[in-house]
Ligand binder design. Sequence first.
Ligand code: CP
Length: 309
Amino acid sequence: LKHFLSIEGLSKRLLTEILDTAESFAGISEHQVKKVPLLRGKTIVNLFFENSTRTRTTFELAATRLSADVLNMNIATSATSKGESLLDTIRNLEAMHVDMFVVRHALSGAAHFIAQHTAPHISVINAGDGQHAHPTQAMLDMFTIRQHKKQFAGLKVAIVGDILHSRVARSQILALNTLGVAEVRVIAPKTLLPAHVCSMGVIPLHDMEEGLSDVDVVIMLRLQKERMNSAFLPSESEFFKCYGLTETKLQQAKPDAIVMHPGPINRGVEIASSVADGPQSVILEQVSNGIAVRMAVMTMTLGHHGGAA
Ligand code: CP
């Protein structure tokens, strides 16, 4: 695993190896030993051209706990604002002898582009590119599902909300199907489903009651307003009425169903506070699990070059 750019094309065996490796790091990332020396001497650059709270900080914590050095590029104050191209920015960072780029960008394909053009010894991890992919988010979600449900076989999973603009949903659908769940349902108005939804390996539904019936996992998504033409922006109150997750709607799911959300959450738009903070919510566990999963992906990619000590 040289780069980690997408879930597409990855085998069930490799995804399971990532989850197992993350499990071995979970104790380190939570308490007990705070650091291991696996990436000592390695330099990791967080290159975030889009805002982030969870992904950037958990990548930084993951790298720190692996004893790597981390550079957080401040894009707003970097020379990109003076017209420097993405490729020139990469070339200059390469000249500082770095080992890994963790990239978030508003353009789909940006991480692939960097991976194609960077020096052969450098690994690239996609931390979210446009509407395309957010593979480490999908893997921390799979880790959280496995923690609670023990296995993927037989699970019914519903993903609700703005599927059309969601890179998280695309990566989750690929991971869930590769790991062998029974059913992935996507629940959204027609305007928020991709035109090719029928070829995505999911069951598209428009009604929450029908869609949530008997599911084991409910994944809520926010409206990605930054990727929408404002003319097509649904009214938040209408959206909440039809697709917002309330305690009443959640009763359609299995009694032990878990509620997930990649964040940031918009309370009262796609999820009621009583559900987000309720007993079935594992939203903050997802955030914690992000550290162990990112530690796993970093060691497995840099290990490809013989980099892990
Ligand atoms: N889930 C997620 O990508 O959150 P951030 O935008 O805060 O990184």
